[in-house]
Design a binder for this molecule. Structure first.
Ligand SMILES: [Zn+2]
Length: 174
């Protein structure tokens, strides 16, 4: 069986992380100003239900969207996708595992640990990917041999080298 080829894609992965956490931090800051109460340190605190909502949005944005779509917004922009080692869709649990380690390998060390892991692991995995048994791949774009429609292939279709065109229904082989 063909193994899915991976690449470090460091620049794309960094861009995706900056976009995703940029969006999340922007939301976080505006939310805290909206629902927070000034505290003794001159900052704002969010407690109770509003605090829980803030916590919940991380789960919705990262593990939920990533496992449902295979991509976050940062991944869509950089055309990256998170898949299982065999190229299938990941589960919520897998995304949760790799995302829980974001704090450690991406944010806590400014991406240094993730960088070293991606550069040195056989399948370009960061620590969270090794734990979750996931890999990050690039979307592959092809045009249908029959109708010329532009299509993005899944990693699974790329390995199989055959797929049915959703536009004209005809089989493509290469
Ligand atoms: Zn077609």
């Amino acid at each position: 069986m063909n193994q899915i080829r991976t690449q470090p894609n460091i620049a794309k992965r960094m861009t995706a992380t900056i976009v995703d956490y940029g969006i999340y931090m922007t939301f976080w800051i505006s939310y805290v100003y909206q629902f927070g109460t000034p505290n003794d340190d001159g900052g704002y605190s969010v407690n109770g239900w509003p605090g829980f909502v803030l916590f919940l949005t991380w789960f919705v944005y990262f593990p939920l969207v990533e496992s449902y779509k295979g991509q976050t917004i940062g991944h869509m922009i950089t055309q990256l996708r998170v898949v299982t080692l065999n190229g299938n869709s990941i589960t919520f649990g897998q995304s949760l595992k790799r995302r829980v380690l974001d704090a450690f390998e991406l944010l806590g060390t400014f991406g240094f640990i993730a960088f070293i892991a991606v550069k040195n692991s056989e399948r370009n995995q960061r620590v969270g990917d090794i734990w979750a048994k996931t890999i990050v791949v690039e979307d592959i774009h092809v045009s249908c041999q029959h109708c010329g429609e532009q299509l993005a292939l899944t990693a699974e279709e790329t390995i199989r080298r055959t797929f049915d065109c959703p536009e004209c229904g005809k089989k493509n082989e290469n």
